[in-house]
Design a binder for this molecule. Sequence first.
Ligand code: 5RP
Length: 220
Amino acid sequence: MSSADAKKQAAAQAALQHLPKGGILGVGTGSTVNFLIELLPELQLEAAVASSKATEERLKKLGIEVIDLNQVGSLDAYVDGADEIDCNMHMIKGGGAALTREKIVASVAEKFVCIVDDSKWVEQLGRAFPVPVEVIPMARSAVARKIVALGGDPAYREGVITDNGNVILDVHNFNILSATELEQKLNNIAGVVTNGIFAQRPADVAIVATSNGIDIRTAV
Ligand code: 5RP
């Protein structure tokens, strides 16, 4: 196993102590969460709400019941990885193109537990990782022009269609001084379904795997 994978697995293992036993858990998407999914039988969940078709498939393979979000009013917790996270617990997500369902499921959770290796911890969001934006296909060019006007440099993610039938623009070179403000501005563009800045609903706790062990971080 690579050292990056070993850290992801360590973060997943540590997350178990921060997640409620039993009940219904919201489950994110990505390689870090995939390590956690393998451990979920330990939590003896009543059911899970999945943030993507890929996660749903993995949960079902382990015999975990997956229910529709419409069947629940709220969730005790949501657990997910991130592409970047900062000291405000603001994140960039969507590297796996699951941002919309991730944001929806996170929005109804009492607690957002983010599991990452320390390569994801950044001083300023968006310098190394572009901001993914899910867009209605017919609006792709129109949205791209508006994003350029906001100072971003959008690139069409070739060959990717989201679980919702939409496309992704990866926006480079944003100077993100206020993640909350940029999240709102992007959401206001007609044709944008969701953007990958998770600041309005930040994580509550980050479980960060480092070479020296696990760090539990909350907003400063
Ligand atoms: C998927 C996501 C993932 O949480 C993010 O891409 C991190 O993935 P990984 O754990 O594979 O690094 O937002 O849309």
